[in-house]
Design a protein around this ligand. Sequence first.
Ligand code: MN
Ligand code: MN
Length: 316
Amino acid sequence: MTDFNQPLGGNQMPRFAGPATMMRLPTQASAEGLDVCFVGVPMDIGTSNRSGTRHGPRQIRAESCMLRPYNMATGAAPFDSLQVADIGDIAINTFDLKKSVGIIEAAYDEILKHKVIPLTLGGDHTLTLPILRAMKKKYGPVAMVHIDAHADINEHMFGEAIAHGTPFRRAVEEGCLQGDKVFQIGLRGTGYSAEDFDWPRNQGFTVVTAEECWHKSLTPLMEQVRQKIGNHPCYITYDIDSLDPAFAPGTGTAEIGGLSTWQALEIVRGCRGLNIVGGDLVEVSPPYDPSGNTALIGANLLYEMLCVLPGVKYAR
Ligand code: MN
Ligand code: MN
């Protein structure tokens, strides 16, 4: 077990002290030799309303200081069998969104040269498009579990093809997604037309609105997700605004009537058994998160993603 990096324990260094890396893991400059890497994309220039997600990765890392290695609910022991480290942030160009998208794609091309699963700390949802572009080059069109208040399939935003509300329209057009193996969970709110959620359905996506999730466990839904996706390479993209703003107010485009934290756990834990090739947690905006709870939830959901990756040992 000493062969694997371990999160720095609270009895070695107080939890509030030391460098704020994800889960207080060691850092390294590249993904070489890792099974899983945490990587930050500190970007908010793709947002349409309140900004601030550029501060997301740093705050998620800070709030991850309470995370301990073993998952008491599921028995997952990710640090017993996987080599994990924090490889830092991608140096986006904060003055140019299109250039930043190119920078992100090039960075993931580099990361994916290694046999590694990247888990990304966002950042606004624009960042998932360049990641999916890089994923396509390695895996072909991927399956996707997308948890969000929004479908993010706009044709344009203010005339622009690239923004945080368009990544999955572009991803479909570019052949990055296996449409019949895409699930969008938690969609809700007001739309530009009554047919807004029909476009993804017409691509073969399964749309599960927030209203369909209310008042119930999502464990049975995840059984269907696993059945449909099977062993196909699968990407998880978790937009924190899928949660109700009562839980996660620190985000830019909040919608009422969202998921609960326990439903979020059921969704991510329900991804166990999928052939997960990458994941991200996006849209945490610390300026709107005075308690830190939104970033805290983000840190925990990234840990839960780590716990369901292929190759994780379970202590029981
Ligand atoms: Mn989104
Ligand atoms: Mn959203």
